[in-house]
Design a protein around this ligand. Sequence first.
Ligand code: ADP
Ligand code: MG
Length: 296
Amino acid sequence: MTLVADELLRDSSVAEIRQARAAQGASAAATPDASAGPLLQVDGVSLEYRTAETIVRATHRVGFDVHEADRFVLLGPSGCGKSTLLKAVAGFIAPVEGKIRLSGRPIRGPGPDRIVVFQEFDQLPPWKTVLQNVAFPLTASRTLPRREALERAHHYVEKVGLAKFADSYPHQLSGGMKQRVAIARALAMQPSILLMDEPFAALDALTRRRMQEELLALWDEVRFTLLFVTHSIEEALIVGNRVAVLSPHPGRLRAEFNSHEFDLASTGGAPFQAAVRRLHERLFEHEQAGAGEATP
Ligand code: ADP
Ligand code: MG
């Protein structure tokens, strides 16, 4: 088995990408209803940071579609605009060009249908227990009354294997456990799409591997839609069923790969290693060609 030929050059229009996806059918396995439109449409999106003196363009005309139950990965080097893209999908910043739509509706700001899990271990209020941390967004957003919120929180705390730690405080937990709480908290909101920004990057290698495994097991059970950001090629192939490769600053979409055939069990195999090499070539291809990339 080799990497499925789902490589789409960055100049392909979103319409072409949609046609190619429809024709390919391979990724339909992860799409319960292939006739339904994409859940998330990112269409020609440019994002900028403006200060009094400068404008930093973080992404340039990036486009991709995420379908229901996709595990869509944005892969690119540090500074290529991955976090910025995620923040735009979350509704924290608006594009200067292009559109982002969720279920066909333009994103106008943050909402409980999009929850972000960050890399940092300090995203949990330290004065709340694990259970209270998971229940809090449910009550704060008035999604559920207190008792139901606690019930649902319990359910998701169990799902991430922390039932015994429901009454512990964040400072009593390891980094991996804190990330499990953050994942439980996000899933408890039952968002339309779960946004993860390098959630395992600060963990040691063994814990990181275990977290990837657990995330895939959770996905098997819950079938949530995931938009996952990483700079690790291996992690992209393991976690994602589709991987979009972004160029360095400003981020542009270079290619899209189908990676649904890989999981943690495939990392030692030749097809996985071949896929790693291809992604590596895609990530670094223009660097050898010319050192002309503008730096900030
Ligand atoms: P990545 O997540 O891929 O590492 P980011 O999205 O964080 O990249 O950043 C993309 C670019 O935008 C970088 O050049 C970064 O320096 C710049 N940038 C990020 N945040 C800000 C900010 N708050 N103000 C100005 N520039 C920023
Ligand atoms: Mg980032």
